[in-house]
Ligand binder design. Structure first.
Ligand code: HXC
Length: 535
């Protein structure tokens, strides 16, 4: 054999070896990628399904536009060795992190994988979440978390707790900078529940989501009270009683689809305006039905949702905290393509009074809208604050002041529409011109006053009524006199407190034109570290 042919043979041998090595490394990459995507084992996947839950990849597929998810740190594993942990090192360490798109806009995501170590949070797991939160902040894009984990990883002790500290710190740093959305799709126990509580929106699913600081076993040990997981921290409890859940859904799919819808209404960050869409619903569409919807008698009830549906584009809106504190309504909708936040009293629940929960709900919503440049429309039909020892002792002054503080500090376009009545302090709190609304409109059949006419006449004509030979006639006459003199919108309009008295049928047109005029509103902020509002 010649030297040349020997060289050729060894060269082709080395080539084959290199090809083999490349093929092996490609196979190794595929095997590792499969492991990342498939999760720890088929049995773990079966158990996940038996719990009535989707897998983490199925969730991401529904949440994000097709083929847009980019995963990072999928190969990461924990380095803990205690309690046999060196033999249990799933790829990804129980959380999937990365980014994708919703309607073409980037969102950053972290999603627990309950199949891997119960989705528990250890040091590496937390570091992945910290990284994705930092990226969301740097890129100015929303952060969505899919929570299905068992809390601090017990085998990693205090390191796991520190991991949560890093999440909380970032939740607060991102607050008001990018929208943060928490979707609870499994257990969310212990201090872990405080991360969602620090974010802008919490989605829950009936029968699947659970949130509590201490679970039923601890509750039983400490208080001897027996309670199920669902009764203690299920979706309905948090949607109706605690106010922790912003939205509640029947199933995971509809929940994740609504997350997409919500994201489509929000700006990506606080430097942008919310997406403005073209619309088919005419800006000047008359609202002829509204006089029929709202009874003329100010004591008669009606559903304010019907008023909202009539005014907004295509009757479409999304209720925020719709099952909690139902005496006030907070919704996101569009008017003439502009995203707006609507705060409205609900006469069909507690006559639409403001109480502690309603004040908290509305103030949080006003702050959300203000943080993300969403103009505010306030629809007022309010008899006042809820009176009583219970409310006073629990702090209606402190909680009511939250709403006042939120409105007074909001710099977005603010429009008030007084629908039927507005009495006393509650009228002022519901974004009157005197606390900074840019525009205030009132329907003509309206009572705007310190209090109802009967109560007012009873105070200022008390002696005359007591001394009258016909007290009831005197009371009625004086009540009517008070009503005629002061209790109509023209009195407020004459004094510049209402900018115009409008026909109810013009409401949409007036709002649409006002929003257009105020679109570029800019308001300088006072120089200070921060205010000291009644949080
Ligand atoms: C490590 C955990 C774990 C945890 C569960 N697992 N909790 N591993 N750390 N905290 C493991 C289980 O051993 C099991 O592993 C797998 O996850 C699934 O758990 P199961 O109990 O089989 O599932 P299920 O019956 O559905 O019950 C889920 C659960 C329950 C309700 C979450 O596991 C539970 O109560 N866990 C403890 C929750 C907890 O106390 N977390 C700490 C909270 S304190 P195998 O190997 O069998 O699959 C906290 C502090 C935060 O988070 C502080 C912030 C400041």
């Amino acid at each position: 054999m010649s030297r040349d042919s020997h060289d050729e043979d060894s060269e082709s041998g080395r080539g084959a070896e290199r090809e083999h090595a490349v093929q092996q490394s490609a196979e190794e990459l595929l095997r590792r990628r499969d492991e990342i995507v498939e999760g720890p084992s088929p049995q773990a996947t079966e158990q996940q399904r038996a719990r009535g839950k989707l897998t983490v990849r199925e969730r991401l597929d529904i949440l994000l536009d097709e083929n847009t998810f980019v995963e990072i740190q999928g190969h990461r594993r924990h380095s803990s060795t205690a309690f046999g942990m060196q033999r249990r090192r799933p790829a990804g360490d129980g959380v999937v992190t990365g980014w994708g798109e919703i309607e073409g806009r980037t969102v950053f995501v972290y999603a627990h994988d309950f199949r891997a170590l119960g989705g528990s949070l250890g040091e590496s797991h937390a570091a992945k979440i910290h990284q994705i939160m930092d990226m969301a902040e740097a890129a100015g894009a929303p952060l969505v978390s899919l929570n299905d984990g068992s809390g601090a990883r017990i085998q990693e002790g205090v390191n796991a707790l520190a991991g949560y500290g890093g999440i909380f710190r970032r939740n607060v740093r991102l607050s008001g900078v990018v929208p943060q959305i928490s979707v609870i799709l499994g257990p969310c126990a212990g201090g872990a529940a405080y991360s969602p509580a620090l974010t802008d929106f919490v989605f829950m699913v009936r029968g699947v989501s659970r949130m509590f600081v201490t679970g039923p076993d601890v509750v039983h040990t400490v208080t001897a009270e027996s309670i199920t997981h669902e009764q203690l921290g299920g979706a309905d409890v948090h949607a109706e009683s605690s106010g922790v859940a912003t939205f509640v859904h029947e199933d995971e799919r509809s929940c994740l689809r609504d997350v997409r819808y919500l994201v489509s209404l929000l700006p990506s960050n606080n430097q942008q305006l919310p997406p403005c869409e073209g619309h088919d619903d005419p800006l000047d569409r008359p609202n002829d039905t509204l006089t029929g919807t709202v009874p003329a008698d100010s004591k008669q009830s009606y559903d304010m949702n019907d008023v909202i549906a009539e005014i907004v584009d295509d009757g479409e809106y999304i209720g925020v905290h719709s099952q909690w504190a139902r005496n006030v309504i907070c919704v996101l909708a569009r008017v003439a393509g502009h995203v707006v936040g609507i705060v409205a009293n609900q006469p069909s629940v507690l006559a639409g009074v403001l109480d502690i929960s309603a004040s908290e709900k509305a103030s949080r919503f006003v702050r959300l809208c203000d943080a993300f440049s969403i103009p505010l429309i306030t629809l007022v039909d309010i008899p006042g604050f809820l009176p009583g020892k219970n409310q006073e002792h629990k702090g209606i002054i402190r909680h009511g002041a939250k709403l006042l503080y939120a409105y007074c500090s909001a710099t977005v376009p603010r429009i008030q529409v007084i629908i039927r009545k507005a009495y006393g302090g509650a009228y002022i709190v519901m974004d009157s011109g005197s606390i900074g609304a840019d525009l205030s409109f009132a329907w003509p059949n309206n009572e705007i006053a310190v209090m109802g006419a009967e109560a007012a006449a009873g105070v200022i004509f008390r002696k005359e009524i007591e001394n009258s030979s016909e007290p009831e006639e005197t009371r009625a006459a004086r009540t009517q006199e008070y009503r005629d003199e002061l209790m109509h919108p023209y009195y407020a309009a004459e004094h510049g407190l209402v900018d115009d008295v409008i026909d109810p049928a013009e409401t949409r047109r007036v709002l649409a034109r006002s929003l257009k005029a105020l679109h570029a509103k800019a308001a300088p902020l006072a120089q200070r570290k921060h205010g000291n509002g009644p949080m």
